[in-house]
Design a protein around this ligand. Structure first.
Ligand code: PHE
Length: 361
């Protein structure tokens, strides 16, 4: 009797102390299993005299029940605990900072495009787009380049093989045509995008980016063009007095045409906007040629306006001091880590363009 009581206490103690379901199962097997200690004791009952057998049998049975119940209760308890731990481990803490995002960087071209669109949007320009693969009509013909005009040689064009007259656009000016064909004035758009020219050195890559501007209504003039560009430069370069000059030039699609230079110095490879040190050509512009307006089905006696176009990558190089244009398109992660921007640094006029963006150096 004492022996069974002690055994019972021992087993119950073990059950109470265990912290794992596996161990609990082992306790069950070693007591109630086929060869378990209690089962073995039951087997010896047969050898006892009848009176004793009855008594001990009864007590063994109640111990067995007690132990099974204790095991069941403990099992439920451990299972619940296990579930709790699992749920806790699998839950996502949404208050944690989004660290993985910080590893990516925004390419300077994307950042500068955002900055430019922010400025032009503020001045009331709408965003427009056109296809990279253009036809001869939109890229040249409608822009007043006659078939054999020498001006076409200014453009080192990539022609498509299939002979469909398709080319990779050499500038964003065909978007002017597409917009004027589609919309009635007043028109006030900017069109950023990829352009292609057969060229490759430190400041030229076969693919680069331009942004085109077009304003068409009844009285927009060259003074407006100058105002828009000066305001743009001031906000973009974040310098109050940007020295710029307009130089007469030629484009088949504008008349008169001008090129704009920015006053700057380049000392020790560092670019700085300042007057009196030198000039650098940065964009082409002019009043839209009456032939272009006519080619789009509008009346040049009624409508007029200006257009401008410039290299976006070039502006990024100037603003952020990036010396080699080719490195923009090398897909080198070390480069993007150095020159790229953090994803949440979205340019805005109110909080400052790059001040807010902050160059990640
Ligand atoms: N399309 C011209 C170029 O690529 C730039 C330009 C645009 C000039 C609009 C005048 C007006 O060089």
């Amino acid at each position: 009797m004492n022996e069974t009581e002690t055994l019972k206490k021992q087993i119950l103690k073990k059950i109470e102390e265990t912290l794992s379901l596996d161990e609990l199962e082992n306790i069950r097997i070693s007591t109630l299993g086929k060869k378990g200690s209690l089962t073995e004791m039951m087997k010896t009952l047969g050898q006892l005299p009848q009176e004793e057998r009855k008594l001990i049998g009864q007590s063994l049975n109640s111990i067995k029940i007690e132990i099974s119940e204790a095991i069941e209760t403990k099992k439920k308890f451990l299972e619940e605990k296990e579930l709790e731990t699992k749920v806790a481990a699998e839950s996502i803490d949404i208050s944690l900072p989004i660290r993985p995002l910080q590893q990516g960087r925004i390419h300077p071209v994307s950042q500068v495009m955002e900055e430019m669109l922010t400025i032009f949007a503020q001045m009331g320009f709408e965003l427009a787009e056109g296809p990279d693969i253009e036809d001869d009509f939109h890229c040249f013909e409608a822009l007043n380049f006659p078939k054999d005009h020498p001006a076409r040689q200014m453009q080192a064009t990539f022609f498509m093989k299939n002979g469909d007259n398709l080319i990779l656009r050499t500038h964003t000016s065909p978007v002017q045509i597409r917009i004027m064909e589609e919309k009635q004035p007043p028109i006030k758009i900017v069109a950023p995008g990829r352009v292609y020219r057969c060229d490759y050195d430190m400041t030229h890559t076969p693919m680069f980016h331009q942004i085109e501007g077009l304003v068409i209504d009844k009285e927009t003039n060259m003074g407006h063009l100058k105002g828009v560009l000066m305001n743009f430069m001031r906000v973009f370069f974040e310098v109050d007095n940007v020295p710029i000059r307009f130089r007469p030039s030629f484009f088949p699609f504008t008349e008169p045409s001008a090129e704009v230079d920015i006053g700057c110095s380049r000392e020790n490879g560092e670019f700085k906007i300042e007057s009196g040190k030198g000039w650098m050509e940065i964009l082409g512009c002019g009043m839209v040629h009456p032939n272009v307006i006519k080619n789009c089905g509008l009346d040049p006696n009624e409508y007029q306006g200006f257009a401008f176009g410039f290299g976006l990558d070039r502006f990024a190089m100037l603003k952020y001091g990036i010396p080699d244009l080719r490195s923009f398109f090398d897909a080198d992660t070390r480069w993007i880590k150095h020159y790229g921007f953090l994803p949440l640094d979205i340019p805005s006029i109110t909080s400052g363009l790059s001040l807010n963006g902050g160059q990640k150096r």
